[in-house]
Design a protein around this ligand. Structure first.
Ligand SMILES: C[C@@]1(CC(=O)O)C2=NC(=C\c3[nH]c(c(CCC(=O)O)c3CC(=O)O)Cc3[nH]c(c(CC(=O)O)c3CCC(=O)O)/C=C3\N/C(=C\2)[C@@H](CCC(=O)O)[C@]3(C)CC(=O)O)/[C@H]1CCC(=O)O
Ligand SMILES: NC(=O)c1ccc[n+]([C@@H]2O[C@H](COP(=O)([O-])OP(=O)(O)OC[C@H]3O[C@@H](n4cnc5c(N)ncnc54)[C@H](O)[C@@H]3O)[C@@H](O)[C@H]2O)c1
Length: 215
């Protein structure tokens, strides 16, 4: 399986199953999409801003919900494997992506897997284990979290610097080396803790660049 990033803004994600797993997926996708969760009952968990529909659909009901909501993604997270299989087929017939929460490893062709995710916007890192050990995905995500705290700031700083350097007489190779030097510099990473303008100064210093006043 090959990881890709998908923008769910303006899309609907339809979740079947209101257990802890349905709740986790609802929170995850609710950060971007409108989420509808269909289930006869709901665990005492945070479902984010999802719309909760109290219903126990049969196979026809599942297809009706898929038609009605026209989702970009269907998450099959009930404890009923047969029903999850119906949701999978219905999603596929409508051209939607499908995530089977009760399946592992190499899911059926076209299915998507939800990775453990570390985020420091705009930077994102995703971990998966080919379904072998979701617990390991979670552990690795937790162990990267501290290290990732300033990654978003670093991305913004080095991105701006890259733009600025484009208007100098540096060659593309020199520019690439300069940006690489900045993102690898312990001094710049440390300076990120002291604020953006300090980090910008340190970044300019480590590559010997004369800053204009664009802050
Ligand atoms: C990463 C994460 C994302 C998320 O869901 O948000 C995620 N599972 C997480 C946690 C977790 N899941 C499970 C445990 C208990 C410990 C354990 O069994 O390991 C824990 C840990 C815990 O709860 O502490 C049990 C489990 N998971 C699946 C099955 C079905 C099966 O294996 O057949 C079963 C057995 C159910 C049973 O026994 O009945 C299936 C999938 N789970 C996946 C993702 C996909 C593969 C990702 C990969 O390749 O690693 C995949 C294939 C499908 C999917 O869901 O997309 C999230 C951590 C989020 C975070 O905190 O960062
Ligand atoms: N992907 C993962 O991370 C992960 C982790 C643990 C378990 N699982 C798997 O995912 C499934 C869900 O996990 P859980 O812990 O949330 O289970 P759960 O049993 O707590 O919740 C299942 C939910 O599905 C609902 N449901 C039952 N019939 C339904 C229907 N016809 N339509 C809609 N909803 C229906 C139930 O009422 C319940 O709310 C488990 O069966 C397990 O196989 C996946």
């Amino acid at each position: 399986m090959i990881p890709l990033l998908h923008d769910f803004t303006g899309e609907t994600v339809l979740v079947f199953g209101g257990g802890p797993v349905g709740a986790r997926k609802a929170r995850r996708f609710g950060a971007e999409a409108s989420v509808v969760v269909v289930s006869p009952d709901f665990a005492d968990r945070d479902f984010g801003a999802a719309e909760l529909v109290r219903e126990a659909p049969d196979a026809d009901g599942v297809r009706t919900w898929v038609d009605r909501t026209d989702p970009a993604l269907v998450v099959a997270a009930t404890d009923d494997a047969e029903l999850n299989a119906v949701a999978e087929t219905a999603a596929r017939e409508r051209g939607a992506l499908v995530n089977r929460a009760d399946d592992h490893g190499e899911q059926d062709v076209g299915n998507v897997v939800v990775p453990a995710t570390v985020r420091s916007d705009p930077v994102v890192m995703a971990v998966a284990t080919g379904g072998h050990s979701p617990a390991l995905s979670k552990h690795l995500r937790e162990s990267f979290e501290d290290q990732f705290a300033d990654a978003g700031e670093m991305a913004e700083l080095s991105g701006k610097l890259r733009e600025e350097l484009k208007s100098t007489d540096m060659t593309p190779t020199e520019r690439r080396d300069a940006v690489r030097t900045v993102v690898r510099s312990d001094e710049v990473w440390k300076a990120l803790d002291s604020g953006r303008s300090k980090a910008r100064q340190v970044a300019a210093d480590v590559i010997g660049y004369q800053m204009g006043d664009t802050s």
